[in-house]
Design a protein around this ligand. Structure first.
Ligand SMILES: *[C@@H]1O[C@H](CO)[C@@H](O)[C@H](O)[C@H]1NC(C)=O
Ligand SMILES: *[C@@H]1O[C@H](CO)[C@@H](O)[C@H](O)[C@H]1NC(C)=O
Ligand SMILES: *[C@@H]1O[C@H](CO)[C@@H](O)[C@H](O)[C@H]1NC(C)=O
Length: 255
């Protein structure tokens, strides 16, 4: 009597036939792996960025059965949509200029290139790679920053004035909104320089059409101030903006 003839045997072969199904259920498509560089990436407004997404390994991929879809979940409204897709002979960019190198695809490089990055490009990017019948995906968060343009100038004299003179320190076109503006002064009493705590009016930040912000800080000039400095610190700046203002002194020291 053969094994297949028994009830136990039928059960054995039945389980064996189920194995591939069970296998897929326990290890769903987990042989394909994609790697991204970290969980966060930062780019400056209007810059170009390449978001890395690679399948490690040295064997070339069969491009006939390979595809990639890039999704973006917007930072602002949380909705997800396709940015770019490529499979077979088909490729389509849903964001102007988005691209994945066809040459890179075979080598397992699915990195997404975005030129001229805007604030609306910020959010969570998902790279979904399919090498039929397997698939894998990873996500990375893209932060977009904008550096302030810093300027310092004397406020134009107005007809109706409070008799004081002001200097203005202005940061424009920055993102995100958080920014720190501090004033320092150098006087005869404080030749080392010290932070100014009075006579300062700052903000609020005003939003521009492109989503960036402007802010102005006004310092009331006192006659004892000889040199002052406005320091603007922002996450996008490797070193703070430091702008000096030196007041012309008319024959002081004796009146
Ligand atoms: C972005 O790339 C384009 C070409 O695609 C180039 O002309 C431009 O200078 C680049 N911009 C920056 C900020 O690197
Ligand atoms: C921001 O500053 C720039 C340059 O001073 C100016 O052209 C622009 O109108 C300002 N934006 C707002 C919203 O005031
Ligand atoms: C600003 O003034 C201070 C005090 O006189 C000086 O130490 C500093 O070098 C000046 N910075 C610039 C950028 O001129």
């Amino acid at each position: 009597m053969t094994v297949t003839g028994t009830a136990a045997g039928r059960k054995f072969w039945g389980v064996l036939r189920l194995l591939p199904v069970l296998w897929c259920w326990v290890f769903p498509a987990d042989f394909l792996i994609v790697e991204m560089e970290g969980k966060n990436q930062t780019v400056l407004l209007n810059g170009n960025v390449t978001i890395s997404c690679k399948v490690p390994g040295s064997t070339p991929l069969n491009t006939d059965i390979t595809g990639v879809i890039w999704y973006l979940k917007h930072q602002a409204h949380g909705t997800e949509h396709v940015v770019f897709e490529m499979y077979g002979n088909h490729q389509k960019a849903f964001r102007h200029g988005a691209s994945v190198s066809l040459a890179g695809l075979e080598k397992g490089d699915f990195s997404l290139h975005l030129p001229g990055v805007q604030l609306r490009d910020a959010g969570e990017y998902r790279c979904k790679v399919v090498v039929t019948p397997e698939q894998a995906q990873e996500t990375v968060f893209l932060n977009v920053l904008a550096s302030p343009e810093c300027t310092l100038f004397r406020e134009q004299a107005k007809v109706k004035d409070d008799g004081n003179k002001y200097i203005l320190c202005k940061a424009r076109g920055f993102y995100p909104e958080n920014i720190i503006i501090i004033w320092y002064t150098w006087t005869q009493e404080n030749p080392q320089g010290q932070e100014i705590s009075e006579g300062i009016t700052t903000g609020p930040a005003i939003k521009n059409e492109d989503g960036t912000f402007n802010i102005t800080s006004r310092l009331r000039l006192e006659h004892i101030v000889t040199t002052c400095q406005c320091v603007i610190s922002h996450i996008s700046l490797p070193t703070s903006c430091r702008l000096n203002f030196t007041q012309f002194q008319r024959g002081q020291d004796g009146g």
